[in-house]
Design a protein around this ligand. Structure first.
Ligand code: IVH
Length: 677
């Protein structure tokens, strides 16, 4: 950038930051995420550092942030309510330590406390003779908004301390700092309530918590299940601990909620770095959202002596995790046809960078949720990408609407074949009603060859599409009559690769019956239900002859799935498919292998398995449970005794948690069978 470009960029950044500040603090309707704001701010700060002549008195960098509201009474804080500087990497943590080292006596040994960085709103709580006398927001750091009636509604903020009779003594006046947040489950529950009342759910927990605690009407705050964690003493007129570590224990002993399962004290900065890096992978295991960890000098005298730069104390920094949410524009919604015909809405987005990758598409889950969240085409939306899950649209930013947004209607015809769309009563999914839909068939075949199903190695999505396009296959069964000549006509196939694929196709003819049943792509029939069906019927022909009533007597199989199975086999195309598979020599039955009974340890117990277990395959775990007298069923109910949970568990885990069914991992299951117990 040349000088005039730099000048123009600084001006642009100032304008943007002013606008977003106004939207955030005055309108309470931000249209970008906090981390997007931070990025703009950091860019301006860097430009100004490199070109100090560009700093203007009205630059947002020259102002201490404020979230004061016009309509609430003000209180003056007994000491400045400071903020925190951010660091984003181990090197920046080391640079922070070096900077403060220059201000400290040589060779001083420091200890550090690491705490969660709660993503909420600061509250300043004043206790007089142990009684909660006042609650305030941070405001501009000097003055805060008086929100005393609101904080009184937060259950985790004690009204009197010490809460328990044998707690420590409290100074006449004690001012405590904490953070008001939502626990994830409480935020989800609040949104369930909103949806049940026909109201749009909240998109962002932090902003909702901030809005709730700053309400003018405390009755509204009381309806929001907020939680407060406390982590510091702002002022006291009596003896209080001399270190941060002891302060946290003291606050806990007084009856405040503290994050004692996360906080750690370290003598070595490299241990701090190892902990914060390792924690990043665990951040989602906490019951609340954090956007990083805070590193503080343990000794409070040293911490205070280090002083302040701007509004940030030198003695503490926030180590921020990469942002998982970003805002972008929803350009369009595509309906994707799945293998069972279900139409899944997919968001087509203006490309946006989120937690390390560029996201162009995101899940919109289903059409009911789109309506509940009132997401429209053209909306600015919040996109979240967290861990390995598929990116999804959290919700629209209503404040950014221009009026040109268009509502999203579920399709009435299949986008691939034009057939009418159906929907089962009580189900959220819309689906293509045409069993011969070319997209459904393609998806079905892709699934048929995949690892979860018939496991035909060497044939992926692209190969299947090519085979279909060239007319070499029309259905799953045609795979088994492919020749080397056929395969050599495909792009990227030479002799060796073709022979390998033919070998894996041959091997797939011998897959266990349960795999074949799962591979057929019947709605509601995943690997667990397929196991159940294989064990009950032992052959495709007997399964094909089963009635809905008979199927429904199988434990773990609901009426929708029973109907889907009967309908599937009633379909002429599918009957032909089975006959073609038979003619090609694919295994369609299996011997009822009598299970030797090893013990009766699990007699009377019913198990559900979800996710991938570390060593046992699904059918092995099932056989093992049965050999010890237990039963395995396909879905969780009140009657389930245990749910065995592996990697990437599905909705069965959620259901089990809702019903309070005890959970086991593989080791737990094996321990139950251990006859030395
Ligand atoms: S200490 C004087 N500790 O993060 C020390 N702050 O980005 C400054 N926050 O304004 C605060 N968790 O609202 C501290 N464990 C924690 C925190 C925490 C969240 C918030 C706090 C602060 C903001 C700075």
């Amino acid at each position: 950038m040349n000088d005039s470009e730099i000048r123009a960029r600084a001006e642009e950044l100032r304008r943007l930051l002013h606008e977003h500040n106004y939207r955030y603090h005055v309108l309470h309707a931000p249209i970008i995420t906090d981390s997007e704001y931070d990025a703009l701010f950091a860019e301006l700060k860097k430009l100004e550092e490199e070109h100090p002549e560009l700093i203007t008195p009205d630059s947002p960098t020259q102002r201490v942030g404020s979230d004061l509201q016009e309509d609430l009474p003000k209180v003056r804080h007994p000491a400045p309510i400071l903020s925190l500087g951010n660091v984003f990497s181990p090197d920046e943590i080391r640079a922070w330590r070096e900077r403060i080292g220059r201000l400290l006596p040589e060779n001083v040994r420091l200890a550090y406390v690491v705490e969660p960085k709660f993503d909420g709103l600061t509250v300043v709580l004043t206790y007089e003779d142990g009684v909660l006398a006042q609650g305030a927001t941070r405001g501009n750091g000097e003055l805060g908004d008086d929100i005393t009636p609101n904080v009184r509604t937060v259950r985790t903020i004690p009204l009197r301390i010490p809460v328990s009779g044998n707690g420590p003594a409290v100074p006449h006046r004690l001012v405590v700092r904490g953070e008001v947040i939502f626990h994830k489950k409480d935020f989800a529950e609040l949104n369930r309530r909103m949806i049940a009342e026909g109201l749009p759910p909240f998109a962002n927990a932090r902003n909702t918590a901030a809005g709730a605690i700053k309400q003018k009407d405390a009755r509204i705050t009381a309806q929001r299940p907020l939680t407060a964690y406390c982590y510091g003493i702002v002022a006291a007129d009596g003896p209080v601990p001399a270190t941060q570590w002891e302060t946290l224990a003291y606050l806990r002993d007084l009856g405040f909620l503290t994050a004692h399962d996360v906080i750690r004290r370290f003598d070595d900065l490299e241990d701090v770095i190892a902990y914060v890096q390792e924690f990043e992978a665990r951040r989602h295991d906490l019951p609340y959202e954090i956007d990083g960890l805070v590193i503080k000098i343990d000794d409070l005298a040293t911490y205070h002596d280090l002083g302040v730069v701007g509004k940030d104390p030198r003695g503490a920094v926030a180590y921020k995790f990469p942002a998982e949410e970003a805002t972008t524009r929803l350009l369009d919604v595509a309906a994707n046809v799945g293998r069972t015909g279900v139409l899944t809405p997919t968001a087509i987005l203006e490309p946006v960078f989120v937690s390390g990758v560029t996201v162009r598409q995101a899940s919109l889950h289903n059409y009911d949720l789109i309506a509940q969240k009132d997401i429209r085409i053209g909306d600015r939306v919040i996109v979240k990408r967290s861990g390995e899950v598929i990116p999804y649209v959290v919700g629209p930013i209503v404040a950014a609407r221009t009026g040109d947004e268009r509502p999203i209607a579920p399709p009435t015809t299949c986008p691939a074949c034009g057939s009418p769309v159906g929907r089962d009563e009580g189900e959220v999914a819309y689906y293509c009603t045409n069993p011969a839909c070319p997209e459904r068939i393609a998806r079905n075949i892709e699934y048929f060859v995949s690892r979860e199903a018939m496991d035909i190695e060497g044939l992926g999505e692209r190969g299947v599409r090519q085979l279909l396009e060239q007319g070499l296959i029309r259905d799953e069964a045609d795979l088994f009559t492919l020749t080397a000549d056929d395969l050599l006509r495909l792009e990227g196939f030479a002799e060796k690769k073709a022979q390998n694929l033919l070998a894996s196709i041959r091997a797939a003819k011998e897959r266990p019956l349960a795999r074949l049943i799962a591979a057929l792509g019947i709605r509601g029939v995943g690997s667990t239900v397929a196991e159940l069906l294989a064990r009950h019927f032992h052959s495709i022909d007997r399964l094909a002859a089963a009635t809905e009533e008979e199927l429904q007597t199988l434990e773990g199989l609901g009426p929708h799935t029973a109907r889907a199975i009967v309908e599937w086999f009633a379909n002429p195309r599918n009957r032909t498919l089975i006959e073609k598979l038979r003619a090609a020599g694919v295994r369609l039955q299996e011997e009822a292998a009598p299970q030797p009974r090893l013990s009766n340890r699990l007699a009377g117990l019913t198990f559900v398995i979800t996710g991938t277990l570390p060593t046992l395959k699904r059918n092995e775990a099932t056989a093992l449970i049965e050999q010890h007298g237990g039963k395995v069923v396909g879905s969780v109910s009140k009657k389930t005794s245990y749910v065995v949970v592996g990697d990437e568990p599905g909705s069965k885990l959620t259901k089990a948690q809702e019903l309070g069914i005890p959970l086991l991992d593989e080791a737990g299951l094996l321990a139950m069978l251990d006859d030395r117990r």
